[in-house]
Design a protein around this ligand. Structure first.
Ligand code: KG4
Ligand code: ZN
Length: 404
């Protein structure tokens, strides 16, 4: 079955034809980054106007050599105007072609980006960490199209925090890639925070207990929030970074965030980027580790724009390593487990993994951000699991909705 996926939930206009959920026949993404960069974030009206201008050429390009049997479109969640353009286009196309129409949830699609490029596919039960500009969620899946949200952000999404902190530091939009690039130029001290903390008993922390990523040697000590269970919070980290920047450049806390970038040296900028990135990753990893221990999945699946982050991919691979080969873990890894778990419990489940290996999946970087191939894949597996087509005359959008 060839499915035409259409994606316009935010600032990418995308269309793709995917066969049987995994084989990409075409994949076209028109990015609006240049249009929004001047504003430091997505301007909804500009996004909707650009979608109108590009949606038909993008769909034409994606379908001209492939044909398709069904249409899938992102109808929730996202920006109102952006969702409307894709959804109305899909409804019209459905009426014109008579092909079945399947509405798709954007977060589900980010998970299914992992079925696009792997030769082996994730095995159920699956634990997904979806991290994007709009969402930070842990989702447990017992089977296809069966989703249980087990953790979510209580305030900002992690990608939103990357974008806002980048703005404070004077780094270009989108903030995720520019923070990652700046962090890689840090002078080493900040990048070493995690290691130095591992060796410092006072530096240890665990959600709900004392919380601070950096140790006493770090000028940029940023907090890990005290949030119970598997939920996340990133707005405190954003504010803590703002306060630390104000302190570092010697201005009062009433100084607007827009005035700070000009006062930072490049060295400070890079070090703040590294400190922020390391702390954000640590928050994600501690929750992911707790979810692994609680839910005992067979596979871990990452998705969403932030899952392109190289440092995160490196660190989460170490988590996987601890769990499936505990005896092979080096001294540093073992002390890190003790420190982040506060007492080894988080990784107690690793013993299970001797008979039940845990596999880790990331989408290819080009499928981490918004694209339509993931929409077509999600729709295919939902159809296989029993989803019925929707009446094109009544399909509506929903800017906010959770997976069900
Ligand atoms: O999934 P996505 O393209 O759109 C949404 O559904 O939100 O995610 C966009 C988010 C932005 O916040 C962007 O800054 C972040 O993903 N992002 C990254 C990286 N690349 C994109 N964050 C951290 N590191 C990256 N390399
Ligand atoms: Zn997205």
């Amino acid at each position: 079955m060839k499915i035409l996926g259409i994606e316009t939930s935010c600032d990418e206009t995308a269309a793709s034809v995917v066969q049987n959920g995994t084989k990409i026949l075409s994949n076209v993404v028109h990015s609006q980054i240049d249009l929004h960069a001047a504003y430091g974030g997505v301007v909804p009206e500009i996004a909707a106007r650009s979608h109108i201008e590009t949606i038909l050429p993008v769909i034409h390009e994606a379908t001209k050599n492939t044909g398709y049997d069904a249409i899938a479109v992102t109808h929730t969640p996202g920006l109102n105007g952006s969702l409307l353009i894709g959804t109305l286009t899909a409804r019209t196309l459905t009426l014109l072609t008579g092909k079945p129409l399947y509405p798709t949830h954007h977060i589900k699609s980010h998970i299914y980006a992992n079925w696009l490029s792997e030769k082996s596919f994730p095995q159920f039960p699956i634990l997904s960490l979806v991290i994007s500009g709009g969402h930070t969620q842990l989702i447990y899946m017992k089977s296809h199209n069966n989703f249980e949200i087990i953790g979510t952000t209580l305030d900002d999404a992690v990608g939103e925090a990357f974008d806002k902190v980048a703005k404070i530091l004077g780094l270009p939009y989108p903030g995720g890639p520019s923070i990652a690039a700046a962090a890689s130029k840090a002078n080493g001290h900040q990048q070493g925070i995690l290691n130095s903390r591992e060796k410092t008993p006072a530096g240890g922390s665990f959600p709900g207990e004392e919380s601070c990523l950096a140790d006493a040697h770090s000028p940029y000590s940023l907090p890990i929030p005290k949030v119970a269970g598997l939920d996340f919070s990133f707005s405190g980290l954003k504010t803590a970074t703002l306060r630390a920047v104000q302190k570092a450049v010697g201005v009062p806390i009433s100084t607007p965030s827009t005035e700070l970038a000009a006062l930072l040296t490049d060295e400070q900028r890079h070090n703040f980027a590294a400190s922020f990135q390391a702390t954000a990753i640590q928050i994600l990893l501690e929750k992911l580790a707790l979810a692994i221990q609680t839910y005992h999945p067979n596979s871990i699946v990452l998705g969403g724009g932030v899952s392109a982050n190289k440092e995160l991919r490196k660190r989460v691979s170490e988590v996987d390593f601890w769990r499936i080969k505990p005896s092979a873990a080096g001294e540093n890894h073992r002390s890190a487990v003790k420190r982040t778990s506060g007492q080894d419990e988080i990784f107690a489940a690793r013993n299970v993994s001797k008979d039940q290996p845990l596999k880790l999946y990331f989408p290819e970087p080009k499928f981490c951000g918004d694209n339509a191939a993931m929409v077509a894949s999600a729709a295919y597996f939902a159809i296989k699991a029993g989803q019925k087509p929707t009446d094109p005359l009544i399909l509506d959008i929903s800017p906010h909705s959770t997976i069900s």
